[in-house]
Structures are given as structure tokens and as C-alpha cells.
Design a binder for this molecule. Structure first.
Ligand code: PMP
Ligand code: GLN
Length: 379
């Protein structure tokens, strides 16, 4: 085997998904909804499949034209600048492949990539496969009030600054964060942005949970801060956006001078992702564009729906004596039980976080009830 895959043969999702299936466990481990996507995207998918031959065949390599056009239109409004559909966007097989193309395209042998802990586990193997070295910097809890919140977990500006070296090529942030649920404040992003600019470093911003924020928390795109569009790759996922993780549609967005290199990796590996799924996601985004900011919007409704589930799970964890950390965003809450949070840390920092456990609350109430019953028996 090639040296680049040494030591990364084990995968937490592969292992736990199999265990959950074998033991028919109530699975709050893996992050996927156990409810259906909204009907407007399901219908769009069915319609696409019945539209004749073209939806069953190849489409444009870097993104189905209907999808890149609406993504550009939608996110131009959010980022506050004109995004070019043909130059500034790459549609990928889920956010996973967008991340893979990013690391392959930008990281060279000997480059360092700063990763904020806790982090989604694939960043490290992807950096390694590109020949880079991961340098870790942890979010740490600063206070312990009566209600624990992901907002209490912060980066030390001095510690972060100390991780930048002449070899630093990129920093990876994830907001809202998996597994903690932290949503970075504008001021925190500003601090990261200043370091990126000072050291001429690229920011890879994984924002797959961008619509899922709670209690009035606002998601801010680091690409929208002054001087950052030119040096940021923003990663998104239709799976998370429309509760359709099996469709595997994602994207990378950023300045043409960076995106063109991601396209080089993509055209020589995957080429493009499923046409009909891209068409359905395009229809979904067009619909959301039209109803944006209204109560009809799925991006408005989904977080309201999940907010309830999050409180329900937090109450359940409290009632069995665990201490949940209330997430400001995302699919997950940490406290104590299914996916060990240590998987989201580097080996050197893992021990400090052994006591935390991650739960996914994007589940039907009946699933949450089943989990609650089990926890109560166990406590
Ligand atoms: N980034 C984060 C933070 C994730 O949690 C996930 C997994 N859902 C991904 C990327 C991958 O997303 P996708 O399913 O679109 O490949
Ligand atoms: N992103 C999801 C999670 O964090 C699932 C990832 C996967 O199944 N590979 O649980």
C-alpha cells in the first residue's frame, strides 16, 4: 500500500454505523436526520428523474449549470459580493469531496495546516494524504456557569498566533462546529482573519451546518470579512441544508484564483456528481431564494424544529445526571454516551477530552424517546 494511507485505515463512522446496525441500537451516534427531506426537494428529485434522458446523463464537470447559477445568486446576497457561477463555485460529491479537493489542490509536502479542535475527523487524514502536517489548536471552556454553552469554548488568541509559522499554508475552521455546536462570533472570526492576512494563509471554512443556529445566534461567513474572500474556501453541503445526507451534493466556493486549482483535482478524479440530485438541489435553492427571510423558508423552519429536539435531549441528559453543553448550532450536543468526542481530537490532546460524549439530536421524537428510555434505565 501507499505510505499516504498509513495509519488511517480505521474510521469512526464505518465502525460505529456497523455496530449500530449489528446491535440494532438507537443511533444518536452518526449525524443524519431520521426524517425525510422537505417535500419540495423530494418532488424536484422525482420530477428531474422523469424529465427525459438529460438528467440521467453527465452534466457540466464543475457543477450542473442550474445549480451553480442559483448557488451564486443565493450566496452573493449572503456574502455581499458578486459570486461568479462558472468561476467561483465547484459542486462536489458532498462536502467531503469539496474538502478533499481543497487539500489536494492547495497543500504540498511539508506544508502545515492549523486545525481547530474539536474537529470533524476527516480533516487530519486529508491533510496527511496531501503530504501536509496538521498543527492543532484547541477550543477550551472558559467558564462554568449554571447553563453550559458551546459559546463558553474559545480559542486563546495568543495560543492560535503561536501556531502560525513560515510553513503554515492554511487553517481549517468549522462553524457551526461538529461536535461542539460552537458558532464563531464575528469578533472571533476577525481575530482569525487578521492572522490569515498577516501570515498570507488560506482559510478553509467548513460551514455545512450554516442554517442550523439556535437562540438567535447568527452564523457569520469568514469569507464576508474584509480581505478574506480572496483567501477563503467556503465548504457547504446540500445534505445538511436540505436534510438529505444520502444525496451527496456539496460545494466549495471562493475566489476563482483558488477554485481553479480545486477544479483541476476534481476533473481528474470524480469529474462531477449525480445530475438529478444537483437539479433537485437547484430547485430547492431557487425556492429558498424566493421565500428567504419568511416563515415559509426551510432555512427558517428547520432550526426551529431542531431547537425543540435540542432542548428535549438536554433535559433528558440532565435528568440522568449528565451535564449537557448546549450547542449554539449544528446537529450535535456533547455531554456523555455515543460517539466518543476524543475522536475529534489529535492524539496529543485526546486525554483531556475523554470525559465528553457526543449525541446527535436530528432525530424523530420517537427515536429521542427510545434513547431517553435507555438512558433512564442505565442511570
Ligand atoms: N463537514 C462536517 C463538519 C460534517 O459534519 C460533515 C458530515 N456530515 C461533512 C463535512 C461532510 O458532509 P457531506 O455529507 O456533505 O459530505
Ligand atoms: N458528519 C456526520 C457526523 O459527524 C457523519 C459523517 C459520516 O457518516 N461519515 O456524524
Amino acid at each position: 500500500h501507499a505510505r499516504r494511507i498509513e495509519g488511517i485505515d480505521k474510521n469512526i463512522w464505518v465502525e460505529l454505523t456497523q455496530l449500530a446496525a449489528d446491535y440494532k441500537a438507537v443511533n444518536l451516534g452518526q449525524g443524519f436526520p431520521d426524517f425525510s427531506p422537505p417535500s419540495f426537494v423530494q418532488e424536484a428529485f422525482c420530477k428531474a428523474l422523469n424529465e427525459g434522458f438529460s438528467m440521467h446523463q453527465y452534466t457540466r464537470a464543475f457543477g450542473h449549470p442550474n445549480l451553480v447559477k442559483i448557488l451564486a445568486k443565493f450566496f452573493s446576497r449572503i456574502v455581499g459580493r458578486e459570486i461568479d457561477p462558472m468561476e467561483d463555485i465547484l459542486v462536489s460529491v458532498g462536502a467531503y469531496q469539496a474538502l478533499f479537493c481543497t487539500f489536494q489542490a492547495l497543500i504540498d509536502e511539508g506544508d502545515e495546516v492549523i486545525i481547530v479542535e474539536p474537529f470533524f475527523d476527516c480533516y487530519q487524514p486529508m491533510v496527511m494524504m496531501a503530504g501536509g502536517t496538521a498543527i492543532y489548536v484547541p477550543l477550551k471552556p472558559v467558564c462554568c456557569g449554571p447553563v453550559l454553552s458551546s459559546a463558553d469554548w474559545v480559542l486563546s488568541p495568543e495560543e492560535l498566533a503561536s501556531k502560525f509559522s513560515p510553513r503554515t499554508k492554511a487553517i481549517v475552521i468549522n462553524t457551526p462546529n461538529n461536535p461542539l455546536g460552537k458558532v464563531y462570533k464575528r469578533k472571533e472570526l476577525q481575530m482569525i482573519a487578521e492572522l490569515c492576512i498577516k501570515h498570507d494563509v488560506i482559510c478553509i471554512s467548513d460551514e455545512v451546518y450554516e442554517w442550523l443556529t439556535y437562540d438567535g445566534t447568527k452564523h457569520v461567513k469568514i469569507a464576508s470579512l474584509p480581505g478574506m474572500w480572496e483567501r477563503t474556501v467556503t465548504i457547504g453541503s446540500a445534505g445538511k441544508t436540505f436534510s438529505a445526507t444520502g444525496w451527496k451534493v456539496g460545494w466549495a466556493m471562493g475566489s476563482e484564483h483558488i477554485l481553479k486549482h480545486l477544479k483541476t483535482v476534481h476533473q481528474n478524479s470524480v469529474y462531477h456528481c449525480a445530475t438529478a440530485a444537483q437539479e433537485a438541489v437547484a430547485v430547492g435553492f431557487q425556492r429558498e431564494y424566493d421565500v428567504f427571510g419568511t416563515e415559509e423558508s426551510y432555512f427558517h423552519q428547520l432550526p426551529i424544529h431542531l431547537h425543540e429536539k435540542r432542548l428535549r435531549l438536554a433535559d433528558c441528559l440532565k435528568s440522568v445526571g449528565l451535564k449537557p453543553i448546549l450547542p449554539q448550532g449544528g446537529y450535535f450536543m456533547i455531554g456523555l454516551a455515543t460517539i466518543p468526542v476524543s475522536a475529534f481530537y489529535s492524539p496529543e490532546h485526546r486525554n483531556e477530552f475523554q470525559k465528553y460524549i457526543r449525541f446527535c439530536f436530528v432525530k424523530e421524537d420517537s427515536t429521542l424517546q427510545a434513547a431517553e428510555d435507555i438512558l433512564r434505565q442505565w442511570s
